[in-house]
Design a protein around this ligand. Structure first.
Ligand SMILES: NC(=O)c1ccc[n+]([C@@H]2O[C@H](COP(=O)([O-])OP(=O)(O)OC[C@H]3O[C@@H](n4cnc5c(N)ncnc54)[C@H](OP(=O)(O)O)[C@@H]3O)[C@@H](O)[C@H]2O)c1
Length: 193
């Protein structure tokens, strides 16, 4: 089983040594690369759980700037999670005849260290009011882990999950043309490494 959980929000690092935007690498290209590497090695991978975010629905496909170097900071996270969700959707189709399940799971809003890079840039009077409200609504880490644990422990099949149940894929996953294009261009880009 592979759980692609590592993620970063508002990364202070701009560019990786390979010439990619850092936030896209951690949240999208890294999980795609690792997943494909392990699938190719045929080590008997049965389940891949990609930890995404409901913020993906505010993202957009970024074909004209695949490495993300021109991408505005405020859209990087949502775009990277859109891409990860789209990848999960596509790879289900690619491996439909194989004995492996792929899940995209949204853990909900959780109080973790994910927001560690927000304050220096975004802190304003608006945030001072909104932040305590968000913290009141947010889940504790143990609660946030439940949907991921559900995907691991239960006999779940490929699909999109949240609140410890199967859910509809976000609307952007209806755009098969864009999903196919992103998948193709991503695999082609990563084949250089
Ligand atoms: N918290 C939320 O409200 C929320 C909502 C939706 C989705 N998510 C997703 O949930 C996942 C877990 O995040 P979290 O909320 O638990 O945040 P977190 O406490 O910041 O945990 C993120 C994890 O990712 C690791 N990580 C970050 N950059 C890395 C890198 N370059 N290489 C290897 N590991 C790296 C971190 O390791 P270090 O601590 O060693 O840096 C940490 O273990 C992420 O994919 C996030 O996008 C979270």
């Amino acid at each position: 089983m592979l759980i692609n959980n590592a993620g970063v929000f508002n990364s202070p690092i701009n560019q990786t040594s390979e010439g990619f935007q850092h936030e896209l690498v951690v949240n999208y290209f890294g999980p795609v690369f690792l997943t494909n590497l392990l699938l190719k090695r045929e080590i008997g991978l049965k389940k891949v759980v990609n930890v995404t975010s409901s913020l993906a629905k505010y993202g957009s496909f970024f074909f004209d700037d695949l490495k993300g170097l021109q991408m505005e900071k405020k859209v990087r996270y949502r775009n990277s999670k859109l891409a990860l969700t789209a990848f999960t959707n596509k790879i289900i189709e690619e491996y439909k005849d194989k004995d492996v399940e792929f899940m995209a799971v949204h853990p909900g809003l959780v109080v973790t260290k994910l927001g560690r890079n927000i304050l220096p840039n975004w802190f304003s009077w608006v945030e001072i009011i909104i932040l305590p409200l968000l913290l009141l609504l947010a889940k504790l880490p143990i609660e946030g882990a439940q949907s991921i644990l559900y995907c691991i422990a239960e006999d779940c099949s490929s699909g999109y999950y949240g609140d410890s149940r199967r859910k509809e894929w976000p609307q952007f996953c209806d755009n098969k043309e864009a999903i196919n294009k992103l998948y193709k261009e991503t695999i082609s880009l990563l084949s250089n490494f």
